[in-house]
Ligand binder design. Structure first.
Ligand code: TMP
Ligand code: ASP
Length: 237
């Protein structure tokens, strides 16, 4: 497998083509950003930590029968993935209220959501990823109705798997965002699962161990990601 040209560079990852048209290389950079690129920084070790964190979680999801784009780790900051045709929607499940839902609905952070709630967002930085509903997805053709159903089912299945995985490590999975794409017509989990795209709190103290440390200027961002990883049994370089 040969890495070729850069296809796309996002806020924290870059994507490269390979000599195989059905495979891509994901490079997890040390860059971090929040509030749609308004707050940016470079954090030592973050690319490596997120690459290995993502690999661990994607493998757990595969073991649970959820198809993901992940194939293998190539280097400390790079992984090989299947090339998906991404749907421009973000799927969010919330087990506990935090972040945008608190502002939007005027609810207190930390309230248990029973049952967990689900939201779609449009992946569009210029518009600040607005919340959308299934009718928008259908009317604008962002995804086919049967794929919307599958995305919802898979996002909740991920919740069943990961809520327990984190709980066993003394962590609460507060919320998370997933992105899906199509591979040979099948809905497959793409992008990443790292503390950049989810909220994780210590079960006892409710200490934040995710990107809110960066958003809120709490410090110890990569240290928190590594602590979560260590609790899950991930070995970092
Ligand atoms: P929110 O509270 O900002 O709506 O985010 C909910 C969860 O989804 C949180 O864990 C962060 C994640 N998320 C992203 O990582 N990127 C996004 O663009 C959005 C909308 C959410
Ligand atoms: N979509 C937001 C951003 O990338 C998510 C965040 O604040 O982490 O800036």
């Amino acid at each position: 497998m040969e890495k070729r040209e850069e296809l796309y560079s996002g806020k924290a990852k870059s994507v490269y083509t390979t000599d195989d048209p059905k495979r891509m290389v994901l490079l997890f950079r040390d860059d971090t950003s929040a509030f749609d690129g308004v707050k940016v920084d470079q954090l030592d070790r973050k690319g490596m930590v997120n690459n290995l964190f993502n690999a661990f979680i994607m493998q757990k999801l595969e073991e649970a029968g959820i198809a993901t784009h992940f194939e293998k780790v190539l280097s400390s900051q790079e992984s090989l993935v299947k090339r998906l045709d991404m749907m421009p929607v973000e799927c969010v499940v919330r087990n506990i209220a935090a972040g945008s839902i608190c502002k939007r609905l005027g609810v207190e952070e930390g309230i248990d959501l029973n049952p967990p709630t689900f939201e779609f967002f449009l992946k569009n930085d210029e518009l600040h990823d607005p919340m959308i509903n299934e009718f928008h997805i259908r009317s604008f053709g962002w995804a086919e109705p049967q794929h919307v159903e599958t995305m919802k089912e898979l996002t909740f299945k991920v919740n069943d798997v990961l809520k327990q995985l984190f709980l066993d490590a003394g962590l609460l999975l507060v919320d998370y965002k997933l992105e899906f794409g199509l591979y040979d017509g099948q809905v497959v989990l793409g992008d990443e699962f790292t503390p950049d795209g989810c909220r994780l709190w210590d079960k006892e103290t409710r200490k934040k161990l995710d990107k809110d440390r960066f958003r809120q200027g709490l410090g110890g961002v990569v240290e928190a990601y590594e602590e979560v990883g260590h609790r899950l049994g991930i070995k970092f370089d």
